[in-house]
Design a protein around this ligand. Structure first.
Ligand SMILES: Cc1ncc(C[n+]2csc(CCOP(=O)(O)OP(=O)(O)O)c2C)c(N)n1
Length: 765
């Protein structure tokens, strides 16, 4: 039998054949409530709960519509400001799916996600024990389960509305709003205002569940519009990767436990999926492009809550048996426009809308409950009244609830926690083999071996740390930084990804939300731009947008190729771009010692870290202790003491600055102080300012092009805090304001060197 790390040869095989794409069932569900009750696949109470939750959703969305015209009585006069992407018409999708999975399972949702959020919360709350309910509503005086349940449901509606209104009591403390609502306590990993943005996050959560073997399934809601987005298609490919499905011999199947739900309401914003912006009649066909088994794709009547529940239940069961991923296209409709400012008459007819309303999910399901005798008309009326009353009370309370304190506007941008200790069950991971790390007799390592040692030590310390990227496994990465880690930890923890930068950065976010501490490698920093949404809108923002209810402990290792003659798309020094993204930590070590200490800190930190490395530095050597040490972020290192001039710098430019300092000492007897900031965010402003106050002169040097670079920010810090101490203008030395050329003659002219830094210093001495 093959072991996990072994793979079979791929031999040529040109035998003529045809490729079968199989068939995809559509609308196969023939059940109804009576049949489900008879089969025992649903109980009467659950059947009623499902209706109640659909009613809560509709009431909630109706409230938004009425708020606009002032017709929602319990909030008369309240000026709601914010998006209005209502999902009326799609209730069966939200409720059916959330009752198809287990309460502990995950969902990710969309900009039109109030329904998903309401349904997920309700389904999870209804399954809670009295003790769990008490923990959710500690203020509830009554201790009977029925009363606690009612209080928890009202609290759920209240917190959902409060979030919509941007209130401190909202699920995300008003930082996220309706488009980013999340409740991690019930497995809701967030709605997402970036179309398709949540799909790689869901995929990462499923990747974590597969690794942790915790039996959790992820249900990923996304619209038809999202299924034209690159990162979504990358995610499907990720989920169906051979290494995650059944191709490697193992004694049990272990595919990714994820259900992709295409909420096909037939329109993106206004663009028609059916005959305008897509080329397929059924979007479920997408699945055939990613997995030989078509990801068990099905098309389901999304206006029939029991059909949705049945399909999702079967998929969830399959996922738990290791047969994932699954893809279900749910055929549905939204009765309103993209938002309430869209009158929708430009792109669809009232007749079309009437045809969909004629198959309304709530009406159809209510009829079934009455026909099956599960509800009487009187009980139905009581239920409707209860729902309306609860929503109205919750909304009125939300209006009156406190707004966040303006003084807290940036509170929650970063967490100040780190994995200082490792839970017992994750500590001391299995090491199959130590990697080769060549330490010289005087204790020196190369920069890249220092990085490898850091990763090795942290992966050994904490089995929640996984490492992946393009070509990082057998090959050890394009620059061999991680050669040997596959053999140390096996393919479950060290694996190759497809060439899908957005998916690999997004999957890290989901995996982090689901309990892992991923380290993802970006082969060249230039490729981070392919993943900019996932890095900047997702990884960076979720801690804040969730009101600090989740931490995103991950590291993106990005390698800068400048100086090798690789031209404009492989040579950019882009750390400045990421300093402009609040929520990210940005570090760029210059020496092997700093590389190891900072990478270890990055892996333990509970914030997302953009960890920048330079290919020019990979082979430099320096003393790196074998003993444990960490270097904190926000602590600059004075690499050379001086009194006449300060050079503030980071990355490869540190070495040029040190050379320039030596040249200036020799040629002019000038004592230059070199401050290596090591991390850009957070910045150790105090060390910079102290140095400039002492020397009165400052050059700032990096390999970034000058325009728009972080060097300008450092200039500002100095002029704000040390203006009176300056004896000369501050000078910046960066790459020329252009595109990195391939010609090595041109690249030499393009990048700054020690002579440029020395010249700049002389100009202000
Ligand atoms: C990446 C991105 N592009 C565009 C938008 C603007 N936008 C918001 S919703 C939407 C339509 C999304 O269509 P679909 O995924 O089918 O969901 P639906 O709105 O129909 O529920 C668009 C274009 C966005 N939010 N994100």
């Amino acid at each position: 039998m093959q072991t996990e790390n072994e793979r079979s040869d791929m031999r040529p095989d040109f035998e003529p054949r045809t490729i079968e794409c199989g068939t995809i069932p559509a609308y196969a569900y023939k059940g109804n409530l009576k049949k489900e009750l008879q089969k025992g696949t649903i109980g009467k109470q659950e059947a009623i709960d499902i209706l109640e939750d659909m009613l809560i959703i509709r009431e909630f969305e109706d409230m938004i519509i009425k708020l606009r015209s002032g017709a929602y009585e319990s909030c008369a006069g309240y000026d709601y400001r914010g998006p209005t992407h209502v999902s009326i018409g799609q209730e069966a999708v939200s409720a059916g799916a959330c009752y198809g999975i287990a309460p502990r399972d995950y969902i990710t949702s969309t900009h039109r996600g109030h329904g998903d959020s309401v349904a997920k919360g309700c389904a999870a709350i209804r399954a809670m024990s009295a003790g769990e309910l008490r923990a959710r509503v500690p203020g509830c005086a009554d201790t009977s389960r029925a009363r606690l349940l009612e209080a928890a449901l009202e609290d759920h509606v209240y917190r959902t509305i409060a979030e919509l209104f941007g209130k401190e009591d909202g699920y995300c403390k008003g930082r996220g709003g309706g488009m980013h609502i999340a409740d991690f306590r019930v497995g809701h990993l967030g709605a997402n205002a970036i179309v398709g943005g949540g799909v790689p996050i869901a995929t990462g959560a499923a990747t974590a569940a597969r690794y942790l073997e915790d039996g959790k399934v992820t249900c990923c809601f996304a619209g038809d519009g999202a299924y034209a987005n690159g990162v979504v298609l990358e995610s499907l490919n990720w989920a169906a990767m051979g290494q995650f499905t059944n191709r490697l011999a193992r004694n049990k199947p272990f595919g990714l436990p994820i259900i992709y739900l295409i909420l096909n309401n037939h329109y993106g914003m206004t663009g028609r999926a059916d005959d305008e912006v897509m080329g397929v009649e059924f979007m479920a066909r997408r699945a055939a492009g990613f997995a030989d088994n078509n990801m068990h794709a099905e098309v389901v009547n999304g206006m029939d809550v029991l059909a949705v529940r049945d399909a999702v239940r079967r998929a969830a069961e399959g996922c738990r048996q290791g047969k994932g991923p699954y893809l279900l296209e749910l055929d549905t409709y939204r009765y309103y426009g993209h938002s309430l400012s869209d009158p929708r008459n430009e792109y669809r007819t009232r007749e079309e809308e009437a045809a969909w309303k004629a198959v309304d999910a709530i009406e159809g399901y209510t009829r079934q409950l009455l026909d099956a005798g599960v509800l009487t008309p009187a009980k139905l009326r009581a239920l409707q009244k209860r729902v309306a009353g609860r929503n109205a009370r919750a909304a009125a309370a939300a209006v009156k609830s406190p707004d966040p304190d303006p003084a807290d506007v940036i509170k929650y941008m970063y967490t100040d926690t780190a994995a200082d200790t490792v839970p017992e069950e994750r500590a001391r991971a299995v090491v199959l083999k130590d990697p080769e790390i060549k330490r010289t007799p005087n204790g020196e390592l190369t920069y890249k071996d220092a990085l490898k040692e850091a990763l090795f030590e942290e992966m050994k310390r904490d089995s929640r740390v996984i490492f992946y990227g393009e070509d990082v496994a057998d090959y050890g990465g394009a620059f061999k930084v991680t050669k040997g880690l596959l053999e140390s930890f096996g393919r479950r923890r060290v694996f190759n990804t497809p060439i899908s930068e957005a998916a690999l950065c997004g999957a890290a976010v989901g995996a982090a939300m689901a309990g892992l501490r991923p380290v993802a490698e970006l082969m060249y920093m230039d490729f981070a731009l392919m993943a900019s949404d996932q890095i900047s809108n997702q990884a960076a923002k979720w801690h804040y947008m969730s009101g600090a209810s989740v931490e995103i402990p991950l590291v993106y290792r990005a390698s800068v190729g400048g100086g090798k003659g690789y031209g404009g798309q492989h040579s950019q020094t882009l750390e400045s771009v990421f300093t402009h993204i609040p929520g990210l930590i940005v570090a760029y070590p210059a020496t092997p010692y700093d590389a190891k200490g900072l990478l270890k800190t990055a892996i333990r930190d509970n914030n997302p870290v953009m960890f920048v490395e330079s290919q020019l530095l990979y082979n430099i050597k320096g003393v790196v202790p074998a003993e444990e040490y960490l270097i904190p972020f926000g602590l600059a290192d004075v690499k050379r003491q001086g009194k006449d001039l300060t050079i503030v710098t980071w990355g490869p430019a540190v070495h040029d600055a040190l050379k320039a300092a030596a040249m200036l000492k020799e040629s002019k007897g000038v004592e230059v102080e070199v401050v290596d900031i090591r991390s850009l965010v957070p910045l150790d402003a105090a060390t910079i300012v102290d140095s400039v106050r002492k020397t009165g002169r400052c050059v700032i040097a990096s390999q970034a092009i000058t325009i728009g670079s972080y060097m300008g920010d450092i200039v500002s810090v100095i002029q704000e805090q040390a203006f009176d101490y300056l004896d000369a203008p501050i000078v910046r030395v960066g790459a020329r304001n252009g595109i990195a050329p391939q010609s090595h003659v041109l690249e030499k002219a393009f990048l700054p060197d020690a002579a440029d830094i020395a010249d700049a210093a002389v100009s202000i001495l």
